[in-house]
Structure formats: C-alpha cells, structure tokens
Design a protein around this ligand. Sequence first.
Ligand SMILES: Cc1cc2nc3c(=O)[nH]c(=O)nc-3n(C[C@H](O)[C@H](O)[C@H](O)COP(=O)(O)OP(=O)(O)OC[C@H]3O[C@@H](n4cnc5c(N)ncnc54)[C@H](O)[C@@H]3O)c2cc1C
Length: 259
Amino acid sequence: MQIVVLLKAVPVVGNERLVDGWSVDRSSGLEANGNDEYVLEAALKLVEAHGGEVVTLTMGPASSVEAIRKALAMGAARAVQVVDDALAGSDALATGRVLAAALGRLEYDLAVAGADTSDGQGGVVGAAVATRLGLPYLSYAASIEPDPAAGVVRVRRISPTGYDVIEARMPAFIAGTQLLGEPRYPSLRGIMQARSKPIATWSLADLGIDPASVGSAASRTAVHEATPPPQRAGATIVRDAPDAAVERIVEFLASRRLI
Ligand SMILES: Cc1cc2nc3c(=O)[nH]c(=O)nc-3n(C[C@H](O)[C@H](O)[C@H](O)COP(=O)(O)OP(=O)(O)OC[C@H]3O[C@@H](n4cnc5c(N)ncnc54)[C@H](O)[C@@H]3O)c2cc1C
C-alpha cells in the first residue's frame, strides 16, 4: 500500500507569535502538527500490516525540514516538501490548490490528513484537496481498515450517535482523529536512518502552478484582527482537611452555578 500523509510544520505549541499583518511567525522553531503525527502513526501501522510505504507531503518554509525529519525518524520512507517564496501568505484555498497539485503527482492508495492544525485550525485543507482531486473523503476517522485485495477502505467515523462505518473505493482521502492511537517516539535507529532518507523539494514551477494564483495576493481570506485570550485570574488553592475542602469546593462550584 502507498500512503501519503499530509504533514504541516507548525510553530512549537505555546510559542505561537503573530507578525506583520496577523500572520503566524514561521521563521523558526517549527514542529510536526500534533494531529498529523496521529495520522502518520496510523499510516505506519497500516504499511507494517499490509506492506508498502508512507510518504509525507508538506507545504511550508525551508525550516519545515525538522518536522519532516521527525516523520522520517518515526518510519516514513521519504518526503516531499513544496517550498517557494511565492507561497507566503497562502490561505486555505491556495494551500489546498498546491497540495492537490503535489498529491496529483504521487502514487497512493490512501492520502491522510489530520483533522486540523494547532496554528490555522481551519480543518478544511484535507476536504479542499480531496474535492479538487475528486477523491472520496472520509472524515473524523477513529480507525482505518483497508482491504487492498478488494480495493476498498473502511473507516470507523465518529458520529453524534456513536460510530458510523463507511466504505469507499481506493484511492481515497481520510481525515483522522486522535482516536487513531498515540504516535510512537522515534527510536535512535530511526533518527539515524532519517538522515539518509530522501526529501524531494518541489517548487511552484515543478507543479505547473502560476505564482500569482497563490500567496497573500491571491488569497481570498485575510485575518483583520487577532486578540490574545484574557489573562486568567489567579487560582484558589484549597489546603483544608478533606471534608472541609470538599465543602469549600462544592460551595465554590455552586456559587458559579457549575453544579
Ligand atoms: C479564516 C482564515 C484566514 C486565513 N488567512 C490567511 C492569510 O491571509 N495568510 C496566511 O498566511 N494564512 C492565512 N490563514 C492560515 C492558512 O489558511 C493556513 O495556514 C493554511 O491554509 C492551512 O490551513 P490550516 O492550518 O487551517 O489547516 P487545516 O485545514 O486545519 O489542516 C487540516 C490538515 O490538512 C493538512 N495540512 C494543512 N496545511 C498543510 C500544509 N501546509 N502542508 C501539509 N499538510 C497540510 C494537515 O494534515 C492538517 O492536519 C488563514 C486561516 C484562516 C482560518
């Protein structure tokens, strides 16, 4: 099985910073988006069970390479990185266009993405890519079961009533959730092997994309304002004996109509 994992490099969680015009600062300290590590883990388990390889696909600045190396250390066979100065400021629509063009040049039975990212949090790029490529889109996946002989994949999908089991012909696009399972830590051997695994670098010209159709000038959404969350008030620490402490906590919650 060939599986392509869409992996975004995001600012280290907790260090997000906005720069000129409310853009997220991506100049340093990028790591693999947390949700994407969960879908990568699921993809690695699938190729361990069925054979094949996992390829990661990233659109982002050159500094995305650290996040990509971690994915290679976890077990991805190779990576593709789309890098081009003209991409800066791309919104979700432009990002979807570029990733779809890159995916269109790769061979795959499954393409998988995280539910959303810790920086943009749009939760739309996977659907945009699948729509552009006319792929079946299976979202909110809690488990993924391909049947390569039959050419189909079944996904257990979180639904308001529990789980739906849905099936699609491959190639298909799946957006996964953290229920897929905890990502592995890269082993020392994996880290060493990652150094020699190939990372292909593609530009917009390689993908046949007009630079004027991406980037900030072509983006149809723009952030006009961003406000940091209000500072939290100081915590109340209860140090009473257990019975008295319970009483105080119950009083506290009741006074705020929380119980
Ligand atoms: C309303 C709005 C307006 C915005 N406007 C601007 C703007 O004007 N300028 C600007 O610079 N940015 C803008 N952004 C941010 C920009 O849209 C995102 O950085 C980018 O489109 C990816 O979207 P996301 O992070 O929300 O991904 P999501 O849709 O949350 O990502 C879902 C999944 O898609 C995959 N994925 C997403 N992005 C990538 C990637 N780059 N490479 C590989 N896989 C990926 C991952 O698997 C990820 O888990 C905007 C965001 C929003 C929500």
